[in-house]
Structure formats: structure tokens, C-alpha cells
Write a protein that binds this ligand. Structure first.
Ligand code: SF4
Length: 329
């Protein structure tokens, strides 16, 4: 059944580093140290993106980057050159900067220990980690961080700490249908325990040039409809289902239960899917048959329940309306 409205947030995407300890078969983002495109953004570069986002009316700073880059030989001198010996310490400082500039941080740093989640929680409106799949797939061979139990542990710990959380599955990376159902049910189980899953992304695999899976087929719209429908049947009503309008046309997916279009950026590209441009926000409404509502990176129910820290409370109050959505001026 179609929802009464569909939400989205207005963000800037900050790819802090493309160095990563994993080597996922579908990834077109990661770069080896020594590659001319391997990089770690400086504070000045991040400030520039944040200021552009603030001027464009964004409410969210999405920090998405490679997992535990410190484990990659040659990365530490880059980080130490900026004055840090931990990417999480650097991220904390950048989250504070983002709040000062007026954008609510939403960080996706990969799997995290409890103490790292505790460090980040005061400076993030919400956080995220894709579960991807509970299945064992060739695409994750040799990837330390892609062990399903480790990812579920991070999501469970975020729940114990009361962090509004975004997770999701990847569709078409070699998982079986049964894996997909078990993945969605694993997420449901976390939410039933801790109530912190605000949205589940159903993200279709897109082949990336140069990746191991470059010649694999992307799932078609029928596969996505079947998967979104299954997710809607299995997830509680208060968990949103997000699909990415730069990767798949959302109209039919909304009619079978998707109710969020994710972060759309007027300023930055989708660095994970750089060949898939965001739709123009002014034309987003034309892609779905029901009304759009802009939200913050923290969902309205968590704004109302005050699942946020004193550090970001003033900015959330400034940006949200009485129902917890993005205030319109
Ligand atoms: S998909 Fe993410 S975790 Fe996997 S190699 Fe790329 S950046 Fe690393």
C-alpha cells in the first residue's frame, strides 16, 4: 500500500577518504595507497563542502568513507600530517565543524566498537552502516569488515546506545533470496529489541567499471519490487524503506511500500555511484505520485522523542518543525 507521503533529506556527501581495508567485488570507490586518486580530505576541503551545503539549504552532512583506513599501509602518514592518529578522532572534529556551520552530521565509518560509537554519538544526529547481506558472498571474500556478525554487532550496539540508525541491504551482489529475507529479519529483530532503526535502504547493485563485478547484471525493476514488498511485509511500520532515485526509478517501488528517497544533494555527487547523478530536487516530486516531505537526517519520531545530545539540540531545534520534519521557511 502506498504511504501518505514520501520523505527525503537535502545533504552534502563528504567522501573523507577512499582508502579502505576491504576490497568488495562491486566497489568502484576504493583506491589503493599510491594510486593518484587515493586521498584524505583536509579540513579546508571539508569546510568548503560544508559551506556550499549550508548555502544550498542542506541540513545534513553525510560522512561516508573507507573502513578503518589506518590498517592500510601508507595511510597513517597522511592522517598524521593532518595532526591525527585516528580517523575517528578526525571525524569527531569534522562533525563539530559541521554543527558549527549548520549541518547535522550523519556518519557511516564502517563497523565500530562501542567506545567509538560513544565518541561519535554526541556529534551525530544519526549514524549508519549497511548490513548489506547476512549471506556469505564471493564479493566479500577477504573483506575483514564484511563478516555479517560483526556488522550486526555494530548495529546492535548502536541500538543499546540509543543512536537513531540507518542500515540496509544490497540487492544483486550474489546473495540468494533467502539471504535477503534473513537480512531484513535480522534488522527487524534489532529494531524490536532497541527501537533505533529509522530506515532500511534497499539498494540495487550497479556494476562499476574496473571492479571485479563490472560485467555482472544489475537487478531489474521486478526484482526490486519483489524485494521492497518483502521488506515492507517484514519490517515494522515505523521503519522507513528507502530507495535511491539516482539508481532506480522510485514510482513503482513507492506503490509497494518504499517511503523515503534518501539524501539528495544539490551540491555533491554520489561518490559511491558517480555515474548515477541525483535527480534535480525541484523535479523530485515528478518522480512519485504522492506528496514529498523534507526531513532531517534524524527521523521525526526521534526528534520528538529527543534522541539526540545536548551538543546538537540547538541545531535540531533550529532546523525542525513541530512534527519533527525539516522546517520550511
Ligand atoms: S564498498 Fe565500502 S567497504 Fe567495500 S571496498 Fe568499497 S569503500 Fe571499502
Amino acid at each position: 500500500m502506498a504511504p501518505p507521503f514520501v520523505t527525503f533529506s537535502r545533504n552534502v556527501f563528504i567522501p573523507l577518504t577512499n582508502v579502505c581495508r576491504n576490497r568488495c567485488g562491486y566497489c568502484g570507490f576504493r583506491r589503493d595507497m599510491g594510486h593518484p586518486e587515493a586521498k584524505l580530505l583536509s579540513q579546508a576541503e571539508v569546510t568548503n563542502i560544508l559551506e556550499r551545503g549550508a548555502r544550498a539549504g542542506c541540513s545534513e552532512a553525510l560522512f561516508t568513507f573507507g573502513e578503518r583506513p589506518e590498517e592500510v599501509a601508507g595511510f597513517m602518514p597522511l592522517l598524521e600530517g593532518l595532526g591525527y592518529d585516528s580517523i575517528i578522532d578526525y571525524l569527531v572534529e569534522l562533525c563539530k565543524l559541521s554543527i558549527d556551520i549548520g549541518l547535522l552530521p550523519h556518519s557511516n565509518p564502517g563497523i565500530l566498537e562501542k567506545k567509538e560509537l560513544e565518541r561519535l554519538k554526541p556529534y551525530n544526529a544519526s549514524m549508519g552502516l549497511m548490513l548489506e547481506t547476512v549471506g556469505i558472498v564471493d564479493a566479500h571474500e577477504g573483506c575483514t569488515g564484511k563478516v555479517p556478525e560483526k556488522r550486526i554487532k555494530t548495529i546492535v550496539t548502536a541500538g543499546e546506545l540509543g543512536v537513531p540508525f540507518t542500515t540496509g541491504i544490497l540487492v544483486g551482489i550474489g546473495e540468494t533470496w533467502e539471504d535477503r529475507v534473513r537480512s531484513i529479519r535480522a534488522i527487524r529483530d534489532v529494531h524490536e529489541e532497541s527501537g533505533n532503526i529509522q530506515e532500511v535502504i534497499i539498494q540495487n547493485f550497479i556494476p562499476k567499471p574496473g571492479s571485479k563485478m563490472a560485467s555482472r547484471h544489475a537487478p531489474g525493476i521486478r526484482e526490486m519490487i519483489k524485494t521492497v514488498s518483502m521488506a515492507r511485509q517484514n519490517l515494522p511500520e515505523d521503519v522507513a524503506i528507502q530507495v535511491s532515485p539516482n539508481l532506480v526509478h522510485p514510482k513503482e517501488l513507492v506503490s509497494c511500500g518504499a517511503n523515503d528517497l534518501g539524501g539528495i544533494s544539490p551540491e555533491t555527487i554520489d561518490y559511491i555511484n558517480p555515474k548515477s547523478p541525483w535527480p534535480d530536487i525541484r523535479k523530485l516530486q515528478d518522480m512519485v505520485d504522492i506528496p514529498l516531505r523534507e526531513r532531517l537526517p534524524i527521523y521525526p519520531q526521534y526528534v520528538k522523542k529527543k534522541w539526540y545530545s545536548k551538543e546538537i539540540a540547538p541545531l535540531i531545534r533550529e532546523l525542525s518543525d513541530a512534527e519533527g520534519f525539516r522546517k520550511t521557511y
